[in-house]
Design a binder for this molecule. Sequence first.
Ligand code: FAQ
Length: 319
Amino acid sequence: MDHQIDDVAGEATFDATIAAGDKVEPRDWMPEGYRKTLIRQVAQHAHSEVIGMQPEGNWITRAPTLQRKAILIAKVQDEAGHGLYLYSAAETLGISRDELVEMLHTGKQKYSSIFNYPTLSWSDMGTIGWLVDGAAIVNQIALQRASYGPYSRAMVRICKEESFHARQGYSIMLTLSSGTDTQRKMMQDSIDRWWWPSLMMFGPPDDESVHTAQSMAWGIKQYTNDELRQDFINQTVPQAHYLGATLPDPDLRLNEETGNWEIGQIDWDEFWAVVKGNGPLNRERIAHKLRAWEDNAWVREAATAYAAKQAARRVEVTA
Ligand code: FAQ
C-alpha cells in the first residue's frame, strides 16, 4: 500500500520534472519503462564507443606520418573514455558493468550498425572522423539536453571531444583532396562506401521507429531520427562539395523552398541485416572483443587484487 502511495507521489514529481525540462537524477523515482529505455540506449551507446575503436585501431600502425599517428591514437583512446563515462552513467540506473558487458558479448544488446563496416584505406580515417563522428555529434548535441542527468552530463564532455574528432577527420580529407589523383580517388572511394551507412546511424525512418514517440515524451530524445538525419545531410553536403567530392546519390537535390538537401532511398534492408548481426564484420567485431576480454583478464584480476589490498590497508589504519 505504502509502495502504491510512493509510486503516485513519485510519478507526479517525475512528470513535473520532465514538464519543467529539469533533470531526473539517479535517486529519483522513475517509471520502470524510463529506466529500461535509458539502460538500453546508454548501454548501446557505450558499446558503440568501445566497438568503435576497432575500425580505426586497425590503421594506427599504418598512419602516414608521426603526427597523424599521434592524433589517431588520441582519438581511439578518447572513444575508450567515452565508453567508460557511458557505462558509469548506465550503472547509475541499477545495472552492473559486468551485466552490461555480458549483454554485449552475448549479442543481447546492440551497438551502432556503422562499426560493422571495414576500413579499407587510410582515407577511411578521414571519412570516419568527418562523417561518422559528424553524425554522432549531430545526435549527441541534442542528447546533451536529455532528461536523465548523468547521461546528459556525459554528453557534454563527449561532444567537446567529438568536435576534435570531426575536425581531425576533415583535415585528413582536405589533405587528400588537394593531393595527387590517386589520393583524390582514394578519398572518393571512401566517401562512396561510408555515405549511406553514416545516414543509417540515425536509426530507422520515423514511421518504423518503435521508441521515438515515448523517448521524446520522456525528454530522452529531443528530435526524431529523420529530423536529425536531415540536419546532418544539410550540414554535410556543402562540406563534400568543398572537398570537390561527389556523394553516391543520383537523386540528391536541394529543395529551394525548404532549404533541405533531399536524398534518394536508403537501403533499409541493408540496415536491418546489419542490425540483426549480418553486416560485413559483425562476427569479427565481437570475436575480436571477446579475444581482448579474455587476453586482458589478468589486468582486471590485478586491479581487483590491488583494490582489495588498499581496502585492507585502510581497515588496518583506522583500526
Ligand atoms: N545501429 O526505435 P528506434 C559513436 C535499433 S556514435 C544499431 O529508432 P531509438 C561515436 C534500436 O536500438 C554511435 N541498432 O530506437 C564514435 C532499436 O532496437 P531495440 C552510437 C540501431 O533508440 C565515432 C531499433 O533499431 N550513438 O559511437 C540503430 O529510439 C567514431 C528501433 O530503433 C548512439 O548510440 C543503429 N544505427 O533510436 C565512436 C547514440 N538505430 O533496442 C567511435 C545514442 C536504431 O528496440 C568512432 N542512441 N537501432 O532492439 C540514440 O540516439 C538512439 O538509440 C538511436 C536509435 C537514434 C540510435
